[in-house]
Design a protein around this ligand. Structure first.
Ligand code: NAD
Length: 414
């Protein structure tokens, strides 16, 4: 029954289950199942050939009871209102799980950056900030990178916001280049966090990391750095993929060479002829499977054939609820997205803190602090999963919703 729900509906389904389990009334479910604010903007952009194109963008602010909202901006042709809303709810859950003083936000623009020039992208990034400037800001809503946006785009957005407000505002956005107030370790933070989760999951299952077979779907920011970390730690990365296809080798892939040859959009398989499909890759033999690309990749169609005993979700929403049920019954340990990929928002928070205090940390300091937060969060969720005998996703959601539900109550909203 849950298989036909879209990403927003399935997120709402688990949020409702978590709040009910915690004993909150129906009105709390009503409050938290949709963002408090959802802004749709139309952005006219002068293209290089002098024509004008109108782009549609969104900014969702799920709940700001705990603090300002925080979350990335996605540039992708498939961006839509429900996806942005779901992503903003996931951000709220993540901030709750890793205990940050933020609520969740998310933004997106319907566009394909792969077909746009550097200057067209700059005009679009600046136009988006002008369009949403009234509802964002360092103590209101703090954007960050997401799929197909990067530190250059964050730099343009920060510059545009600073111009509008007429003061320098590095704390308006995170994921900036280091010279503009970006944090050491932000670029690799999501992958670092996922790597920490893999180590903890292996410990729970009493499995070694050395020579463990890993498949990673997606070779962009999250997937490619993770492949490097796993390879360097002695695991055997047997499969990787991108939008165009996948590579699999039981003996292990040459990760360093693939990293050298991938382009800035995380594409590398086009250079090979011995590729398989993304669908085939997910079902190949491995111990750990890391979806690090897009939503709805593991469904009731393929869950029975997944061979991994541990799935760590670097991507947002890669596994449907029906697949979660099948895999949990098969005793596959799933580390859910809202926990597994929270390293990115943790270091984004560190970046915002450093910008506010004007004092910057070393990469080693950032990693040490990230390690502490991720370990504590994993243990917290895992304990609830065991104690309440509920799956890891529901356990993570119960941790994630609790702080914002309590904050909403104390503010007198509910
Ligand atoms: P990215 O744009 O850097 O890379 C995406 C990768 O997925 C690329 O290799 C691309 O070719 C591949 N891909 C795209 N469509 C695909 C498809 N249909 N099938 C297979 N592969 C496909 O993105 P990213 O930042 O690495 O994000 C990947 C996932 O991780 C997303 O779900 C994102 O929301 C999530 N995430 C990222 C961060 C972060 O800090 N980057 C933080 C939290 C969550």
């Amino acid at each position: 029954m849950t298989e036909n729900l879209n990403v927003l509906q399935s997120t709402q389904f688990v949020v409702e289950k978590a709040l009910t389990l915690l004993g909150y009334p129906q009105v709390m479910i009503e409050l938290l199942k949709e963002p408090l604010r959802m802004m749709t903007v139309r952005i006219p952009i002068r293209m290089d050939d002098d024509s004008v194109r109108i782009f549609t963008g969104y900014r969702a602010q799920h709940n700001d009871a705990v603090g300002p909202t925080k979350g990335g901006v996605r540039f992708h042709p498939d961006v839509n209102e429900d996806e942005v809303k779901a992503l903003s709810i996931w951000m709220s859950l993540k901030c709750g799980i890793v205990d940050l003083p933020f609520g969740g936000g998310k933004g997106g623009i319907i566009c394909d950056p792969r077909t746009m020039s550097f200057r067209e992208l700059e005009r679009l990034s600046r136009g988006y900030v002008r369009a949403i400037s009234q509802i964002v800001g360092p103590t209101k809503d703090i954007p960050a990178p997401d799929v197909m946006t990067n530190s250059q785009i964050m730099a343009w957005m920060m510059d545009e916001y600073s111009r509008i407000r007429e003061f320098d505002a590095p704390n308006f956005i995170t994921g900036k280049p280091v010279v503009l107030g970006g944090s050491q370790g932000r670029e690799t933070a999501t992958a670092k966090g996922v790597a920490i989760m893999i180590n903890l999951a292996l410990l729970k299952r009493k499995l070694p990391l050395l020579d463990t077979r890993v498949i990673i779907q997606g070779f962009g920011n999250a997937g490619s750095y993770l492949a490097k970390f796993m390879h360097d730690a002695g695991a055997r990365v047997v499969g990787i993929s991108d939008f165009y296809g996948a590579l699999y080798d039981e003996k292990g892939l040459d990760i360093n060479s693939l990293l050298d040859r991938r382009d800035s959009f995380g594409t590398v398989t086009k250079l090979f002829t011995n590729t398989i499909t993304n669908k085939e890759l997910l079902e190949r033999p491995c111990d750990i499977l890391v979806p690090a690309a897009i939503e709805n990749q593991i469904t009731s169609d393929n869950a029975e054939r997944i061979q991994a005993s541990i799935i760590v979700e670097a991507a947002n929403g890669p596994t449907t609820l029906a697949a979660t049920k099948i895999l949990t019954e098969r005793d596959v340990l799933i580390v859910p997205d809202v926990l597994a990929n929270a390293g990115g928002v943790v270091v984004s928070y560190f970046e915002w803190v450093q910008n506010n205090q004007g004092y910057y940390w070393t990469e080693a300091e950032v990693h040490a602090k990230l390690q502490v937060v991720m370990e504590k969060s994993f243990e917290n969720v895992y304990t609830i999963h065991k104690e309440k005998n509920i799956d890891m996703r529901l356990a993570a959601y119960t941790v994630g919703v609790q702080k914002m539900a309590e904050a909403s109550k104390f503010r007198g909203w509910v």
